[in-house]
Design a protein. Structure first.
Length: 387
């Protein structure tokens, strides 16, 4: 390990107790997407942390979801770095009380500990290490989305505006393999299907009932048959509701449809297939209402990302590490930046298991080296990085 890299690693390691104290504070605040109060509380804490690092930080207020945090700071060079993360989690209010932050067997547990609070802590302490060492950084924008887990509907315009003014994007989503960084993700979208039939007692003579649940069952089979692993298409129906009584023909049924697409060139055709299958009634007397769309493009490698990846490889080598570019399946805000052609590396957060599950946890030993890696990449971007 070179002396410079060793200094970065030691600077991060010296702050490890502080890192875990901040992580515990954040994890023990419920910040599910629908719990605005908690999302905003995390945002205020992190805006304050960013101000202490010399950023001009502001809260971008939202009324229907968690507010966002935007921070900017000058630096060395003209090309700007965008550090991207989000404030919300998938966990409902009360989860933090039921499963608070705790460490067991070398693993740190708690709601959002990996997705994405561990990554945010890495970002802050990478920047603190570079500040303490007097290392240069490029001009930096930080954006913490308040509604990422529900599609970044409100956050997306800000993300894309920042990306267009940036040369590189580093996304602090968790990593799923030791030494990995994400260079590809699947695009995704959701559709909401409402089927209307007609109620009647099931034994009514010459019943004119029309069973919406039967229509939905047929549609589920047809929709899921659109999945094609080889072509990179996955359609699944996992949330359904219908009917009001065992002995009465169901007058209404509802379903949410999840759609994943690996390649951007297939986005339009896949959406058209879903609309055609979901939107066309099969049984006589059925009415179908369908809304939704594909909301996140895939994150796909491009020449700019390949150059940024080489910078990351060099930074990792200085630390005695190797990185592996991989494909991740879940979407992220990096999908939006990559679709604009901006160099984007994703999945730079801590090694995480059971992401979004009841036992979500990070490998404690991964936090310091991956923070040092992030710091090494950032300072390299201030001193002769790729275009």
């Amino acid at each position: 390990m070179e002396g410079s890299a060793h200094e970065i690693l030691e600077a991060v390691r010296s702050k490890e107790p502080e890192m875990f104290a901040l992580l515990e504070l954040l994890v023990n605040i419920d910040s599910g997407s629908t719990h605005k109060e908690g999302v905003d509380a995390c945002g205020r804490i992190l805006a304050s942390e960013l101000k202490s690092l010399g950023f001009e930080a502001s809260i971008l207020a939202e009324t229907e979801c968690g507010s966002h945090v935007l921070a900017r700071r000058g630096g060395t060079g003209e090309r700007r770095l965008f550090l991207s993360a989000h404030l919300d989690t998938v966990f409902p209010e009360g989860t933090a009380a039921a499963n608070p932050f705790h460490v067991k067997g070398g693993q740190a547990y708690g709601p959002g500990v990996g997705d994405i609070k561990g990554g945010i802590v890495q970002m802050l302490y990478a920047l603190k290490a570079l500040r303490d060492l007097g290392r240069p950084t490029p001009p930096i924008s930080v954006f913490l989305t308040g509604d990422e887990e529900i599609g970044s509907v409100r956050g997306r315009p800000h993300i894309e505006a920042i990306a267009r003014r940036s040369s590189w994007v580093l996304v602090l989503e968790p990593s799923s393999k030791p030494g990995s960084v994400a260079v590809r993700r699947w695009g995704l979208g959701s559709f909401h299907l409402t089927i209307t039939g007609k109620s009647a007692h099931v034994l009514k003579p010459e019943s004119d009932g029309v069973n919406a649940c039967r229509e939905l069952a047929l549609k589920i089979l047809a929709l899921e048959s659109l999945s094609d692993p080889v072509a990179g298409i996955k359609v699944s129906v996992n949330l359904v509701q219908g009917g009001r009584s065992r002995q009465v023909t169901a007058a209404e049924a509802r379903a949410d449809i999840d759609v994943r697409v690996r390649d951007a060139r297939r986005m339009e055709s896949v959406e058209a297939m879903v609309r055609r299958v979901a939107g066309a009634p099969i049984l006589p007397g059925i009415r179908v209402d369908l809304d939704g769309k594909l909301t996140r493009p895939p994150l796909e490698p491009n020449a700019a990302t390949e150059a940024l990846l080489e910078t990351a490889r060099s930074a990792a080598a200085e630390l005695g590490m190797e990185i592996e570019p991989i494909e991740e399946y879940g979407g992220s805000d990096g999908c939006f930046t990559s679709a604009l052609g901006i160099a984007t590396l994703d999945g730079l957060g801590p090694l995480t298991t059971d992401m979004c599950g009841d036992e979500e946890h990070i490998e404690v030993a991964s936090l310091v080296p991956r923070t040092a890696l992030l710091a090494a990449i950032i300072t390299r971007l201030a001193s002769g990085p790729p275009a």
